[in-house]
Design a protein around this ligand. Structure first.
Ligand code: UDP
Ligand code: MG
Length: 339
């Protein structure tokens, strides 16, 4: 385990270790019927190990959020509610990964909550280390993938470029961290204060502050089914990250405006000089090119501004970020195997 810059400093007055916390695990699921059996079996094992090692207090609450799936995900979750003692939360429609995750986080009732994907790409084996970091004083523990060997070259390149761009835009993101993390009750309460409709949790959680730690893990290939993030969705999520946390694009437009205005001033000087020395050539290119160039720049600028205005529009409506249709809870009294 390595630590981030604001990690609790273990060398100096090491705080007294906290007691083992109660744990909730939140998993958003969108059309994951194929991946759920392996996930449930792995979570059973994880819970049994954590309980046996005394790393968690009381029964572990597992919350599976069905994000409006069109396959049999909800039926699988309902059956698992009985057989695997999990809580099922069914959203009224597909709200998107981030909102489904938030719905699960808000439902969780334990001291700490670990969120992970349904496809076992996030290694449940490192949850023990996350809990240790919490007991050492961290309020947030980020799961960071150690390598991107399992990714395609395109995904590796686009991820690297994205983190570079975000850094340039002044957005605080932890590279190679997605939504595999532990959050304490205190941090969760603070997260609840952010009422944003446009959710980009990995950026939002960085804004919370608090002592944090980092746990490295190897990201496995998807256990079953296919990615719910096609290129189009990935791009829109990336844009969400930029426009939710940075006004740098607006500044770039201003910069481009000044630059072009400066160029045209030089052009005016040149034209006056040309007129004075009688070297005027009736020019087609010099008339038409600026029209296209400026027209294009105007449209880009309008698009960027529109992106932010649209965001303001969405935020002012203050619509609920998710709507829960149904909750199934394991019957009280029965203990999960391993607890
Ligand atoms: N997911 C969701 N709603 C969506 C899209 C995805 O709840 O609209 C869930 C999905 O079931 C998975 C997690 O979000 O548990 C991450 O999705 P995925 O693994 O497909 O993304 P990738 O790892 O390919 O980026
Ligand atoms: Mg995945």
């Amino acid at each position: 385990m390595s630590s981030s810059p604001n990690a609790p400093d273990g060398a100096k007055a090491r705080p007294v270790q906290r007691a083992a916390p109660s744990l909730s695990i939140v998993v958003p699921c969108f059309n994951e019927e194929a991946a759920l059996p392996a996930l449930l079996a792995r979570l059973d094992r994880l819970v049994a190990d954590l309980s046996a090692a005394g790393r968690v207090a009381g029964p572990v609450e597992v919350i599976l959020v069905d994000d409006g799936s069109s396959d049999r995900t909800w039926q699988v979750i309902c059956a698992a509610s009985r057989a695997h003692r999990v809580t099922g939360l069914r959203l009224s429609r597909n709200h998107g990964h981030q909102r489904a995750l938030l719905a699960g986080l808000m439902q969780a009732s334990s001291d700490v909550v670990v969120s992970m994907d349904a496809d076992l790409q996030d290694d449940p084996g490192v949850v023990a280390q996350m809990l240790d970091a919490y007991r050492d004083g961290a309020e947030i523990v980020y799961g960071v993938r150690k390598s991107r060997a399992a990714d395609t070259a395109f995904k590796r390149f686009s991820a690297r470029s994205y983190y570079w761009l975000m850094r340039k835009m002044g957005v605080d993101l932890l590279p190679d961290h997605a939504d595999f993390r532990l959050i304490s009750r205190k941090a969760l309460r603070a997260l609840g204060e952010f009422g944003e409709t446009n959710l980009f949790l990995r950026g939002l959680i960085r804004q919370l502050g608090f002592a944090s730690a980092v746990v490295g893990y190897d990201r496995a290939p998807r256990s079953a089914g296919e990615s719910k993030y096609p290129l189009r969705k990935m791009l829109s999520f990336a844009l969400e990250g930029v426009t939710s946390f940075s006004v740098q694009p607006l500044r770039l437009i201003t910069g481009a405006g000044f630059f072009i205005a400066g160029l045209s001033f030089l052009y005016v000087c040149y034209s006056v000089l040309a007129w004075a020395t009688g070297r005027t050539v009736p020019g087609w290119a010099s008339t038409v090119l600026p029209i296209y160039l400026l027209g294009g720049l105007h449209l880009i600028a309008l698009g960027v501004i529109g992106e932010y205005v649209g965001k303001i529009y969405q935020e002012t409506k203050r619509r609920p970020r998710f709507i829960v249709d149904e909750i199934v809870q394991p019957e009280p009294g029965q203990e999960r195997a391993g607890n």
